[in-house]
Design a protein around this ligand. Structure first.
Ligand code: UDP
Length: 242
């Protein structure tokens, strides 16, 4: 089983809802402040930080198009634009913590963000800038989980940190079952054979294929991101062979 180590470069995946506060939709200024402080603390430690943020606080393409009348590909494009709004908000919030931040978008919006250019993204990271990757993969029918894995591999991140509302991966739903137990570490094979939902299947398969560890943690627990990059036991570490 893989041992935890301090991480020199990470990609943090946040769901859109993570920026929404209690209501679950739109953007919440206090929540943005909290998240950007947590990210700034990781940056201050010297870890290179990239972020992919979802768009579910605005729109999810599959759910919206299934109501009828809106083409799936169009609804997905709207979803990707939602992630762009989140990315701009996050950029501004992180910069207000004194940390230089760039947004790179998979859909060209050159007046508001750079286009995604891999080598340029890596250069930003090396120069100590946080990079927020917006607009998912740029393609409909994908999720921002898949975009997060893709970008993490492209920038050669040491791990993908999936920052959620739950403090790790459980053997069953901890909200429904009082006796649910949390894994400290689990291999890709075991997570698949136990049918544990770490992230969507396309994304998870990519992680396994390319041996990209995933740390699932609760971002509402102050300091959890920092502890994870320092190699402390935080949340669930998914990776390695069974
Ligand atoms: N989306 C897409 N392609 C991508 C990433 C996202 O079409 O590569 C669209 C899709 O409609 C998705 C929405 O953007 O439902 C918001 O992303 P996601 O559902 O992954 O956000 P999260 O659940 O993380 O907030």
């Amino acid at each position: 089983m893989a041992k935890r180590e301090a991480l020199s470069r990470v990609l943090i995946k946040l769901s859109g809802e993570a920026l929404a506060g209690a209501s679950g939709s739109g953007l919440d200024a206090e929540t943005l402040k909290y998240i950007s402080r947590e990210i700034a603390a990781v940056h201050e430690r010297g870890t290179e930080v990239a972020v992919v943020v979802g768009g579910g606080n605005f729109i999810r393409g599959d759910a919206f198009s299934s109501q009828g009348g809106i083409d799936r590909a169009v609804a997905d494009q709207m979803g990707m634009l939602g992630t762009l709004m989140n990315s701009l908000a996050l950029q501004s919030a992180i910069e207000s913590q004194g940390v230089p931040t760039r947004v790179q978008s998979a859909i060209s919006v050159s007046q508001v963000a750079e286009n995604f250019i891999r080598r340029r993204a890596i250069r930003h990271l090396e120069k100590g800038r946080v990079v927020v990757f917006a607009a998912g993969t740029g393609n409909p029918y994908f999720t921002t989980d898949t975009a997060a894995v893709l970008r993490a591999l492209e920038i050669e991140a040491k791990a993908l940190i999936k920052a959620t509302k739950v403090d790790g991966v459980y053997d069953k739903d901890p909200k429904r079952f009082a006796d649910a137990t949390r894994f400290a570490t689990i291999s890709f094979e075991d997570a698949i054979s136990k049918r544990l939902a770490v992230m969507d299947q396309t994304a998870f398969t990519m992680c396994q294929e390319h041996d990209l560890p995933v740390i699932v943690l609760d971002f509402n627990e102050a300091g959890s991101l920092l502890r994870a990059v320092q190699g402390e036991e935080e949340g669930t570490y998914v990776g390695g062979k069974a």
